[in-house]
Design a protein around this ligand. Structure first.
Ligand code: NAP
Length: 300
């Protein structure tokens, strides 16, 4: 039995299985979710439920948050009923949401003024990685605070990378989102180009996927694009939220993101076609429209 008391805030698609893994590893855990019913399944695994972030945090040594966007993290950590109202000096907040690096630094300063440490620790690996406890976790903050928190992070993730001071975990995650959005565009464009030329796009995916232009996206989502399987692993609206943060951060630091800007604009059109809750591979539908083609349903 582990004795470190954990408060867990946000039991959505990602948070619920992450909290469950902590409970199964024996940590005493109090969960808070805005919509209480979504945290109730954790009671079977031994969780207590709290009715506010401040109530969840009051006895905790480690406070984990994984909610949607920057204002949501500000609300649960430093807002009116936020963690900051009750967290004990010496406790550690680990925010695992994907949010703005600059806002993260401000939250960390506000918590530090109350003697509370913070790590930004966004994740990659989707709900399957959250369920399996194999997430990739990118960490910013003080190295010694990461060292103290390592056993807890290892319960949720497999690859844990220290990226630098406050906000650098978020910066690493944003680099991941820039790259993934462009991989998505590269795969969609190649598939639409193949189809327009009368080439079987599945054959192209197979041939290209194992060569120098191969990528996780073309190998895993290329096949889904060809089959028009748009069930979400990662939803368009969440990628758009992340690209908005990437572009705002680029403006703050004077960086240029020409490719990510283009991907964001194209995904605006995908959202305008009502595809915001689909998987990000649905970008192929727009490239098909632009080339005035429909991927042919070929028989083997
Ligand atoms: P989700 O299923 O939509 O869950 C979002 C959670 O945040 C819910 O528990 C929601 O509460 C809570 N929340 C949102 N706004 C809140 C507020 N103002 N106050 C209190 N609670 C609030 O999303 P998710 O997929 O778990 O994603 C969570 C975070 O992980 C996001 O930052 C996302 O970008 C990141 N992420 C997601 C994936 C993925 O594959 N899904 C992968 C990597 C990273 P309610 O239940 O009341 O709505």
């Amino acid at each position: 039995m582990n004795s470190t008391k954990i408060a867990f805030i946000g039991t959505g698609l990602m948070g619920l299985p992450m909290a469950r893994n902590l409970l199964r590893a024996g940590y005493p855990l109090t969960a808070y979710n805005r919509t209480r019913s979504k945290a109730e399944p954790l009671q079977k695994d031994g969780a207590k439920l709290a009715s506010s972030p401040s109530e969840a945090a009051k006895d905790a040594q480690i406070i984990i948050s994984i909610v949607s966007d920057t204002p949501d993290v500000e609300q649960v950590l430093t807002g009116e009923n936020g963690v900051i109202r009750t967290a004990k000096p010496g406790s550690i907040v680990i925010d695992m949401s994907t949010i703005s690096p600059s806002a993260t630094r401000i939250i960390a300063q506000n918590l530090e003024a109350r003697g509370v440490e913070m790590l930004d620790a966004p994740v990659s690996g989707g709900d399957t990685g959250a369920i399996a406890g194999t997430l990739s976790i990118m960490v910013g903050g003080k190295k010694e605070i990461l060292d103290q928190s390592m056993p807890i992070l290892k319960t949720m993730g497999k690859t844990i990378t220290y990226c630098g001071g406050h906000g650098m975990g978020q910066m690493t995650k944003l680099c991941n989102q820039v790259a993934i959005s462009l991989h998505m565009l590269a795969a969609s464009e190649a598939i639409a180009f193949a189809e327009k030329a009368g080439l079987d796009p599945s054959l192209m995916v197979q041939a290209v996927g194992s060569g120098a232009a191969g990528s996780w996206v073309i190998n895993n989502l290329g096949t889904k694009m060809v089959k028009h399987d748009f069930a979400p692993g990662f939803m368009v609206r969440l990628l758009q939220k992340d690209l908005r943060i990437c572009l705002a951060t680029a403006s703050e630091i004077g960086a240029s993101l020409p490719g990510a800007s283009l991907a964001h604009q194209l995904y605006n059109s995908i959202e305008a076609h009502g595809r915001g809750d689909e998987g990000t591979q649905s970008l192929i539908a727009l490239l098909e429209e632009m080339a005035n083609i429909e991927i042919e349903k070929r028989t083997e």
